[in-house]
Design a binder for this molecule. Sequence first.
Ligand SMILES: *Cc1c(COP(=O)(O)O)cnc(C)c1O
Length: 387
Amino acid sequence: MSAHAAKRLENLPPYLFAEIDRKKAALVAEGHDVISLGIGDPDKPTFPRSGKRMSEAVQDPQNHQYPSYAGSPAYRAACAQFLQTRFGVHVNPDSEVLALIGSKEGIANLFPAFVDPGAWTLIPGVGYPVYSGGGILNDSKSWWMPMRAENDFLADFESTPIDVLAQAKMMIISYPNNPTSAVAPPEYFDKAIAFAREHGLLLVHDNAYCDIAYDGYRPGSILERPGAREVCLELFSTSKSYNMTGWRCAFVAGNAEAIATFATVKSNIDSGIFTAVQDAAIEAFTGPQDEVRQMCELYQRRRDVVLRTLDDMGLEYHYPKGTIFIWVKVPEGYTSAEYAEKLLMEAHVIVAAGNAYGPDGEGWFRLSLACDDRRLDEALNRMKELT
Ligand SMILES: *Cc1c(COP(=O)(O)O)cnc(C)c1O
């Protein structure tokens, strides 16, 4: 690292895929065909009507100037409409919605907005890496809430020590969950809300997979629950719902005072989302939602193919009701990293080692369903031949 690097960067975890990346490059150089099931990025393109709407919006000179920091009024209204149609949640688009340049940006900026240096944030024992990274970049501390299979991967906030709670400012949860694919019942949200109120925490729910669910399961919004409006912020993204990861367009909704605080911090950091991108997202939020259902059907078909293979291989997994991931137990005798390496070297298949997502990820690996069907079949055939 550069001699000029800030000291806090020493606290960032080592890049866990460095070794895998090197080995992959060597295999590819030898002419091997390597298939990645490691990536959480939809393989299908953005639905065409969003692209069409943006090409028109790009031509409008009004859109060439600085966008509105909070999101255009039309964008925030579309976000509110999204919450209304999906969940029957009514929010005020002026005071309870804020545009984000992707939820990742939102998560990272929660820390300067709500967590003092040295204070604690309760984060899932296995989760999206920005939850811990955001704290490190802000000189605050992360308490990993235990997240175990026997507990259906529901983060256990109740076991947090009293001295941590005394200096805790925020708690982050996320269901349907990346990487475990676990979902949460409404009662879990209710308990989390009560806990946040009791301990004066801002409760953040990352709902990136609210649209990606199977077997008729419909993920909820924490904002549907009583009392949520007082302590909660909830993050939504166009990325997984509408295959728009490249567009960087998301929003946060919830407690009006927290939204105002967040907006103050963000107005010191960024200047909002290109308005033509917001227009494309409006089209996604407010147009017909058939493509979203079709994507779920596609992922569900892939999921079933993968689960059959895992059954054949005798591998245990958490049965996924949502997300684009399958969380698989590493066979006896391997660590997550060792098994991921075995899959790469012997099957030429890349998976994400579970320990990259937090302490409770050791002993697991994550398979992504965001892979072309033909390539997925090929990867599964190779995995089946492993001994
Ligand atoms: C993909 C993902 C996001 C979405 O991030 P964007 O920045 O909106 O693309 C957020 N949280 C989790 C857990 C994710 O897996």
